[in-house]
Design a protein around this ligand. Structure first.
Ligand SMILES: *Cc1c(COP(=O)(O)O)cnc(C)c1O
Length: 219
């Protein structure tokens, strides 16, 4: 199916209250424009340089989400325009985003990326460490970030029971953390091309879909 056909199909089929993030990493701006012209406005990228290049040439009403591992020395480049940073997984990064946002008088929406998958290599907080950090109240001092919720990825496996249990765990983390934040803590970002239907069943409010919209990536 064409990119625009796929976007239209997703817009028609995703339940109300589930936001589609079109993950456009490694795809050319022409492909993003096709999705844009089909009505898509939220795009996710995982590398700062690529995000900057695309943001510069594409329409200004696009909401850019950073979804990949972010180094603190690159935060300054994206803070002026990024709509949400989903991949926030360390105290250092949180403090850096807050500092850079304060410098330019912005409040930046972030998600806390939590590690639940079985693979060692995946990024994200260890949940217990995150809770410990939140108990320190240090985050309450940070006025230029707005914590909107939780992001995560399931184990990369065909075993649906494992994927479901990872998603359920993420939903549980989100529910446990919610009382520490305000009403704006409303986002559970989970689900990709292969597993988004299951993620929605488990409570996802934001799906990040790449290859099933844009086709396979040539790394
Ligand atoms: C690439 C990527 C996706 C999209 O994956 P697809 O399988 O192509 O849908 C979602 N989330 C993150 C964090 C990614 O890096």
């Amino acid at each position: 199916m064409s990119i625009s056909g796929k976007i239209e199909e997703l817009h028609a089929s995703l339940p109300q209250g589930v936001t589609l993030v079109a993950v456009s990493k490694f795809h050319p701006v022409e492909s993003l424009m096709e999705a844009y012209n089909a009505g898509q406005r939220v795009f996710g990228e995982n590398r700062v340089q690529e995000l900057l290049t695309k943001q510069e040439v594409l329409p200004k009403d696009i909401e850019w989400h950073m979804i990949g591992h972010l180094q603190t020395n690159k935060v300054r480049q994206i803070v002026p325009f990024v709509s949400m940073i989903q991949s926030v997984d360390s105290v250092r990064l949180i403090e850096c985003i807050n500092r850079e946002a304060e410098r330019i008088g912005r409040v930046v929406d972030i998600l806390l990326e939590i590690h639940v998958a079985q693979e060692e290599s995946k990024t994200g907080w260890n949940y217990e460490e995150l809770v410990e950090y939140l108990q320190s109240e240090a985050m309450a001092e940070l006025k230029n970030i707005r914590v909107r919720g939780v992001m995560g990825m399931a184990t990369n496996t065909d075993d649906e029971a494992i994927v479901r249990s990872d998603f359920e765990r993420l939903a549980e983390c989100k529910n446990e953390l919610a009382p520490r934040f305000g009403e704006e803590f409303d986002t559970l970002s989970m689900g990709m091309s292969e597993d988004y239907a299951l993620a929605i069943e488990c409570g996802s409010t934001m799906v990040r879909i790449g290859s099933s919209i844009f086709g396979h990536r040539n790394y």
